[in-house]
Design a protein around this ligand. Sequence first.
Ligand code: ADP
Length: 335
Amino acid sequence: PKRIALLTSGGDAPGMNAAIRAVVLAAHHFHIEVLGFFHGYNGLLENDPTLLDLSAVNDIIRLGGTILKSARCPQFQTETGLKQAANTLVKQHCDALIVIGGDGSFAGLLALKQHWDGQMIGIPGTIDNDIDGSDATIGFSTAVNTAINAIDKIRDTANAFERIFIVELMGRHSGHITFNVGVACAAEQVLSFENFSADNREQKLKQLAQEIASVQQTRHNSYILVIAENVWPGGATALARELKETFAIDSTACVLGHIQRGGSPDAKDRVIATKMGVAAVQALINGENEVMIAEQNSRMCSVALKQAIQHQKKINPNLVAAHENILAVTAQNQC
Ligand code: ADP
């Protein structure tokens, strides 16, 4: 390619800037121009891009957020919007498009394919880690670390008052953040899509109440339950209210929220974003198309975009098993 269009789309994630930088530097090396479009797919509709030269990406590797901004773009989901976006790419003489985003953004790329015949590559940037075919996504590691730091602080105050906390974590419809954070914070219980369905809500509520009561009787300590967003109808606040109303259990709900999306990317995210950005440019040069750059067992590879958005990615079974083993011991012993 001679000119690459680049944008960040959907939920922002720490490390997106590191990926932008890597794309621009790798492209520069091969004498390819990079045009940055702002606000996700809106940028293709607005047709007001900026040329990303080396100075534009100077010192951005450590910045959270995305210098290209991100947004949802409902108009891009219409035929008119897609045609308009394709027109922009033609007018700007772009022969390739790299999108850093999540599964929704990749679905957008596949839709655009009907109207534009340039090369397209996805880079997985989402804190949720819910993309098939890549062991990690850009932003996941930082989000997990941010949540761990926050819960460690909650643990101090919970210990001091022997309080019960219900902490709600992000992840849309997957429990990667919740399970990893739960294990890393030694949470007394984890509630996620993988181990709970709203059908057995009453039963779960009773079980939780019994567990909390037994912990309170046998030891004087805090109790932290981490739950994935969207797993309990009404979230952490509703669960706390139900425990109070049905079982007279006092607990404090805490929704960590957008704090998990921000912050300077950690080492892992900076490194994976850099590797993915460079690999994306390399993939374009190799003539690849409609693929997502991925890392599997520490090796960079390409995965068909169609496959990346299947929502089949499971939580590592070793992690779930470790969590269950630990809970079995901690539930019966003072530790
Ligand atoms: P993420 O990429 O983080 O999963 P979204 O699901 O919000 O975020 O998707 C980002 C954007 O991708 C949407 O606002 C829309 O512009 C575009 N998009 C998502 N799904 C489609 C689709 N089926 N067809 C066209 N565009 C889509």
